[in-house]
Design a protein. Structure first.
Length: 506
């Protein structure tokens, strides 16, 4: 009776000696390749060099060592197929019932900025081939690629002397998920087309979430392994597990604050900015944000592009907040936050520079480059010239409007958003919403500027601005009725700037 055999070829050698010894204890003989062979021999574990069996040496600096029919035949043949059995017996091919392989770390090596010729050497060829062969033949072969799965096989071997079909099938599915993700990372590295025929990404499960957008929805979060500053690099200092909605809101908040170089604070609720403010520091910017919308901030998320001090933490603790995000936190601030254990405190020092964003639709994805344009090339189109301060204020307001759902209007005063109209089906309603918010704060609108994410289809917005004495506007321009809006601005002595850049956000 032919003994069971295992082929082991691993890059990550953690716990492999313990697993190999378990196989030996169950009368499973081991074949191994170069580095794995030496590691097991050093641990006094009986093992046979693959080359002794294949009678073919490792060659081409290790590029060819397991690509041999004697190995693949032993993995792929169907044990209950007489024709297959006759073939392997004819060629003295042994049955390989266990394949233990993990891959060259191409994904992590990408992040080391290696020269291309060095990185290419970490593209694993033999490993994925062995894994796919074993996974295809899961009815007869156990395939393991994750060191966390060693314990599953050890438990089954100790319990019943073999792996179960259910486990083999589960591990086979895991293999094809891994190899497709691995190949996707290689394809993305080599690809130079902005929109290739096949759009592949490499995502790995980070955690199963309690639920999705609503309690009746299931959810999970996956991390993009190619992007070095992904969510795996967010540091949660305290608080409950992040929810699906938290992740959405955090992304919205950090996208806003990272658009600025000045100290900025942003409050977000339901992926929508409640208020944004530039300040002298974290305390100043937060105080301005809170004063701009003390109602909507309740139960929301607050983000900074600076460190957070103890004084700011004291004020934040006076409000019910789901999450506070910053590049860093003073030690005293962290101690203060501990008074509210459920508030999630997240440190995000670096953020992803991924140029693409995706939205799922039934049966597919919409893919586009990110709206990373902040256009400071402006054209004054009116007789009234904006002051230098107004121009800076208008550019600030336009940056905020870029992150608000269309149709979007932002009113700004002293580099604080004091009125935001967003998600409206018509632009005049967005203007009215922003003005209503500002009036409720007793704001003198004659000191405010207005930004629009897209052009004015009619001159009614200008007339509304005139009614409330708003005296400076920034918008993309490009409407067939631009001349009407310009004429209305001249009539009401309002300065208006065109940028030529639209910022729709749906």
């Amino acid at each position: 009776m032919q003994k069971h055999k295992a082929l082991i070829s691993v890059y990550d050698k953690n716990n492999i000696a313990l697993f190999a010894q378990t196989l030996i204890n169950h009368n499973i003989e081991i074949l191994a390749t170069g580095g794995t062979l030496q590691h097991l021999l050093n641990k006094q574990i009986p093992v046979t060099d693959v080359t002794e069996y294949t009678h073919f040496p490792e060659m081409l600096d290790g590029r060819v060592k397991t690509l041999h029919p004697a190995l693949f035949g032993g993995i792929l043949y169907k044990r209950k197929n007489d024709k297959h059995v006759d073939t392997v017996n004819k060629h003295d091919i042994i049955a390989i019932d266990y394949v233990v392989v993990n891959l060259y770390p191409f994904v992590s090596k990408q992040q080391e900025n290696l020269p291309e010729d060095e990185l290419i050497e970490f593209i694993d060829i033999g490993g994925p081939s062995l894994l796919r062969a074993a996974a295809k033949n899961f009815n007869d072969v156990t395939v393991i690629t994750d060191i966390e799965d060693y314990k599953i096989i050890i438990e089954e071997l100790n319990a019943i002397g073999k792996s179960t079909l259910k486990t083999r099938k589960k591990l086979a599915a895991k293999v094809f998920g891994l190899t497709s993700a691995y190949d996707a990372s290689v394809a993305n590295f080599l690809n130079e087309e902005p929109f290739p025929i096949y759009y592949n990404r490499t995502y790995q499960l980070k955690e199963i979430l309690r639920y999705g957008e609503n309690p009746h929805q299931e959810a999970a979060v996956y991390a993009d392994l190619i992007e070095p500053y992904n969510i795996n690099h967010w540091e949660q200092i305290q608080g409950k597990q992040l929810s699906y909605n938290n992740y959405n809101d955090i992304q919205a908040a950090i996208t806003v604050v990272n658009d600025f170089t000045e100290p900025v604070c942003c409050a977000v609720k339901h992926k929508t900015p409640c208020a944004v403010a530039i300040g002298m520091n974290d305390l100043d910017s937060f105080e301005k944000v809170y004063q701009a919308d003390p109602v909507s901030i309740f139960g929301g998320i607050v983000a900074f592009n600076t460190s957070v001090s103890a004084k700011t933490a004291e004020l934040l603790n006076q409000i019910f907040l789901e999450v506070v995000i910053a590049k860093d936190f003073d030690e005293d601030a962290i101690d203060i936050f501990k008074q509210k254990k459920n508030c999630r405190i997240i440190k995000i020092k670096n953020t992803a520079k991924e140029e693409k964003q995706t939205i799922s639709i039934d049966g597919g994805l919409l893919v586009q480059t990110k709206d990373n344009v902040n256009n400071n090339i402006i054209t004054v189109v009116t007789e009234n010239q904006p002051t230098e301060r107004q121009i800076k204020e208008l550019i600030f307001a336009q940056k905020v409007a870029k992150h608000c759902t269309s149709n979007a209007i932002v009113l700004s005063k002293d580099f604080v958003s004091i009125g935001i109209g967003s998600g409206q089906t018509n632009r005049i309603r967005a203007v009215e919403q922003a003005i209503e918010q500002a009036i409720n704060k007793s704001t003198d609108l004659s000191t405010c500027v207005l930004a629009s994410d897209a052009f004015f289809p009619f001159d009614d917005i200008v007339h509304t601005c005139a009614e409330y004495k708003i005296n400076a506007i920034i918008q993309p321009g490009g409407s067939i009725n631009d001349k009407d809006s310009i004429l209305a601005c001249n009539q009401h002595h309002i300065a208006m700037i065109f940028t030529g850049i639209r910022h729709f956000k749906h």
